[in-house]
Design a protein around this ligand. Sequence first.
Ligand SMILES: C[S@@+](CC[C@H](N)C(=O)[O-])C[C@H]1O[C@@H](n2cnc3c(N)ncnc32)[C@H](O)[C@@H]1O
Length: 202
Amino acid sequence: MATKIIIGDSLTELPKFEDNSIDCILTSPPFKDEDVKGDYWGFYDTIFNEMERITSKVLIIIHSATKMNSIIQKYPPKRTLVWGKGMVKYSWRYNPIFIYQKSDEYKVNKFIWSDTFGIEPIQGRNKAHVYQDPELLYYTILKMFKGIETVLDPFAGSGTTGRACRKLGIDCTLIDHNHEYEKLIMDNSMKTMPPLDQYGDV
Ligand SMILES: C[S@@+](CC[C@H](N)C(=O)[O-])C[C@H]1O[C@@H](n2cnc3c(N)ncnc32)[C@H](O)[C@@H]1O
């Protein structure tokens, strides 16, 4: 099992990957218009087409409820799952998770398949990165798919995908353009997740 970290812009790094060269892309790209250069949908179109080209089995995109309708219309997924985040600042929030099937080899583990996840977000001072997601979510999503041996996250943030992959013994490549996150990604993705006893392993 190997973890590779690339500090660079995914708009220039993704074209370097060959077609169908990675089993699964699991990522949470920038959600907000102000977090990308230029037009949001121009950016999203480029990264979506690149990610679909590179993925051989499953492309999994965790996005925001605010852009859900546009994404379903412009890039219809095979399925949309829901991450229910519980109480966040006086309201109940969720994030949609879009699943794109690339080949007939795509297989799900029917015993643990979930359409809705109830997993606490990381809040306040516990966050190492402003958009850090809980690794239990990423770990559970990856476990639902069979036969995944290589994963890419082109918007790695704090390295949550790397940490979940490490727990599962999956080779993982992480890309982020922010140099400040290099050590964070390295530390996070090299750590093993704590035991999941409090939830019961999935
Ligand atoms: C929503 S956050 C990902 C959070 C991550 N899932 C976690 O749990 O920590 C999106 C990340 O994409 C990175 N990013 C934005 N545009 C990028 C680009 N063009 N190339 C590479 N990384 C980019 C940002 O620096 C940010 O860390």
